[in-house]
Write a protein that binds this ligand. Structure first.
Ligand SMILES: [Zn+2]
Length: 90
């Protein structure tokens, strides 16, 4: 069975994440709670065609982070990440 890639790299979510965190998040790194893989957010698999943005682990395809905007709120679910390390801007 062949599978269409259907995803972009994590840079595709950079604008949304920068708006939320107030800093460039592409160099932020995290660890997958599912498989333990360490990766930069830029290396995650970004799915933008659903209601919101989903970042998946490049190792196990587990959901790392979901970001959904409504007119009045932003929902962030980062439950798939064991941690998130955000570099302090210089
Ligand atoms: Zn994983």
């Amino acid at each position: 069975m062949t599978q269409m890639p259907g995803f972009l790299d994590g840079n595709a979510a950079a604008g949304d994440l920068q708006t939320l965190f107030g800093t460039d998040m592409t160099m932020a790194s995290g660890r997958c709670r599912g498989c333990g893989e360490q990766m930069l957010l830029a290396q995650t698999h970004a799915y933008l065609d659903g209601p919101g943005t989903v970042l998946r682990c490049p190792g196990c395809e587990g959901v790392l982070m979901r970001l959904v905007r409504t007119p009045s709120e932003t929902w962030l679910d980062a439950g798939g990440l064991a941690h998130l390390r955000i570099p302090t801007p210089a």
